[in-house]
Ligand binder design. Structure first.
Ligand code: G3P
Length: 214
């Protein structure tokens, strides 16, 4: 399973990339706004820190506009930048064209299995089901991950399932259990993954005993 960071905060990305287990980064317009930085400038910097896929989202609503933005991003940004596209009819059409052009895509704002099925048929490289936002509505986001991975396996789709809108460490574990290829994780949950009080206590005890040896 791959770990992506779901942030445009370059300090957090740099810190976590140093652990050696970061496979990619996802951004969206809200995360870019939160960074307070210019879109292309911050994506360029992220792509220089992490060599894995960096999702940059188009904001046009029509297919021609999406394609124009996507091609411009591919021209102006590093090779590891991939194109994030909303799951709309126009977005599916753009995904199909970009796939034919050999450009990797991440179809986002997936809230149903039928949307994931259509995105796979359009040739999406990744689909991003938003599990936390589904949970927020009182439904079971993890069930969506399980259903999509099952259907992709049955039909041999190569599209990767990227669990997004992660709200806890347990969401990451459950995504792994249900076969998600990737989880895109806010920095605070990736940091929470290694925390365990017994690790801290065990280490303190070892170091105290070590200090008392010859
Ligand atoms: O990258 C998109 C997705 O992860 C958004 O998460 O927390 O805004 O629902 P959230």
């Amino acid at each position: 399973m791959e770990f992506f960071l779901d942030t445009a905060d370059v300090d957090e990305i740099r810190e976590i990339a140093a652990w050696g287990i970061l496979d990619g980064v996802t951004t969206n317009p809200s995360l870019i706004k939160k960074s307070g930085r210019d879109f292309k400038e911050v994506v360029r910097e992220i792509a220089s820190i992490c060599s894995g896929p960096i999702s940059a989202e188009v904001t046009a609503m029509d297919t021609a506009g999406m394609l124009e933005q996507a091609r411009q991003l591919k021209r102006e940004l590093p090779d590891n930048v991939i194109i994030k596209i909303p799951c709309t009819p126009e977005g599916l059409a753009a995904t199909k064209v970009l796939t034919e052009e050999g450009i990797d895509t991440n179809v986002t704002l997936i809230f149903s299995t039928s949307q994931a099925l259509m995105a796979a048929k359009a040739g999406a490289t990744y689909v991003s089901p938003f599990i936390g936002r589904i949970d927020d509505t009182g439904h079971d986001g993890m069930n969506l991950i399980a259903e999509i991975t099952e259907i992709y396996n049955i039909h041999g789709f190569e599209t990767k399932v990227l669990a997004a809108s992660i709200r806890s460490v347990q969401d990451i574990i459950d995504s792994a259990k249900f076969g998600a290829d990737v989880a895109t994780i806010p920095p605070k949950f990736l940091k929470a993954m290694y925390n365990h009080p017994l690790t801290d206590k065990g280490l303190a005890d070892f170091l105290a005993d070590w200090a008392k040896t010859g």
